[in-house]
Design a binder for this molecule. Structure first.
Ligand SMILES: Cc1ncc(COP(=O)(O)O)c(C=O)c1O
Length: 397
């Protein structure tokens, strides 16, 4: 069934007077999410924080259940956190405890910058080697090349599904098939794909997957989550513990929480977590296949309009291109353009070299404009923005 875009816009106060094309930064929250957060904050104001949490227990449980439904896993395989990075770090630094000198990690060219930094830190500490798998001719991770790089020393395959700086969608299911064939732990960064497209951790065959709430899921800021496959939990020890992730049972002994909650810590923003669950329900009520098909329709339209403009280069690559539209305008500073657009109530993003060093150095660019679309954008907004780009291209800085 087609999405009711008008209804979605009516339920999104931010849509009025603003063209929001910054979804890979943070999306606009719909009313049900805002209401859920406000309701819980009120409960905290009038009842007290701990008491409010007790009253809201069911809503909080709903967040785990909804995420599990969205990812096709068990509720006990979900840990909530404050961000995608906290979740990813929890899985990576957990796995890294088992690394020995000479072990290898295979990753993608489009890997998120923070993940790349974490690999380097662990490489310095433990002497592991990190190899970046080349892309194929279409610009997505080359699965054949991945297979040729595998040997007994490979202890982790970790890839970013959709990079922060491009419309690329890496073939995570095929990569998972290879990881599973060779019985190598497999970690997926789904920060930019969650909420944008359907995700199925069983089809992906991943041991762990990290994601955020604030981007395409349209949840509150300061929310993230981690999936860890039940059978993999013993192989991924939590890297930090507290009284929530473990129980102190004897003077010199603790027991880990059962399930993925061993990867959480005690303190959290309950209102935001409840809002996250509502955001997941909202996306699922619209249908993730429907959301993705509308996103692709709008993104293709924007790419088409941009490609027709002299001086504009669209940089999106891969067989399948998602909602993240990335381009440059010859002779124009991306950040200045972003500020000019902001004054006109058009929100866009900028990706800089140090977020995407491998590709940007190959392409010889320092910064690119990022204008990711979501299903609640309209064709009029896309055309309006393309006209602004056309004007800028005709009179660069
Ligand atoms: C691909 C990818 N992974 C991870 C992150 C980090 O997310 P967070 O800021 O929630 O930690 C981002 C943020 O933009 C991202 O684009």
């Amino acid at each position: 069934m087609a999405l009711d875009v008008d209804k979605a816009r009516r339920e999104t106060p931010g849509c009025f007077g603003l063209v929001h094309l910054h979804h890979s930064g943070s999306a606009l929250m719909p009313n049900p999410v805002v209401d859920a957060v406000r309701t819980h904050l009120d409960l905290e104001i009038f009842r007290g924080g701990y008491e409010a949490e007790d009253y809201a227990r069911e809503k909080l449980n709903n967040t785990y259940q909804s995420i599990a439904r969205m990812l096709n896993c068990k509720e006990s395989e979900i840990a909530l956190s404050e961000s995608a990075s906290v979740s990813w770090n929890s899985a990576f630094y957990g796995i890294a405890q088992t690394f020995r000198k000479g072990d290898r990690v295979l990753t993608s060219r489009a890997e998120y910058v923070s993940n790349m930094i974490a690999y380097q830190q662990v490489a310095e500490r433990t002497g592991i080697k990190v190899s970046v798998v080349p892309d194929d001719k279409d610009g997505q991770l080359d699965c054949r090349a991945l297979e040729t790089l595998i040997d007994r020393k490979v202890k982790l395959i970790a890839v970013t599904h959709v990079p922060t700086y491009n419309g690329l969608v890496n073939p995570v299911n095929n990569i998972g098939q290879i990881a599973n064939d060779y019985q190598i732990p497999y970690l997926v960064d789904a920060c930019q794909s969650v909420g944008q497209m359907p995700l199925d951790v069983v089809q992906m065959g991943c041991d762990a997957l990290s994601a955020t709430g604030r981007k395409f899921l349209r949840g509150p800021r300061g929310t993230g989550f981690l999936y860890i496959r039940e059978q993999s939990m013993d192989k991924i020890p939590p890297s930090v513990l507290d009284l929530h992730s473990a129980t102190w049972v004897e003077r010199d002994r603790y027991e880990l929480q059962s399930g993925a909650r061993r990867y959480e810590l005690f303190e959290s923003n309950i209102a935001a977590r409840i809002g996250l669950g509502v955001a997941v329900d909202y996306a699922m009520s619209l249908g993730l296949p429907e959301i993705y098909s509308r996103i692709r329709f709008l993104a293709d339209r924007l790419r088409e309009l941009l490609s027709e403009i002299d001086g504009v280069t669209v940089w999106d690559k891969g067989v399948e291109k998602c909602g993240i539209v990335t381009f440059s305008i010859a002779g124009t500073d991306a950040e200045k353009f972003q500020m000019v657009m902001r004054e006109k109530n058009i929100n866009i993003g900028v990706s800089k070299r140090n977020c995407a060093l491998i590709d940007f150095d190959d392409w010889g660019v320092d910064a690119l404009i990022r204008s990711p679309v979501h299903y609640y954008n309209t064709e009029d907004e896309i055309e309006f923005f393309a006209k602004e780009v056309r004007k800028k291209a005709a009179s660069p800085d």
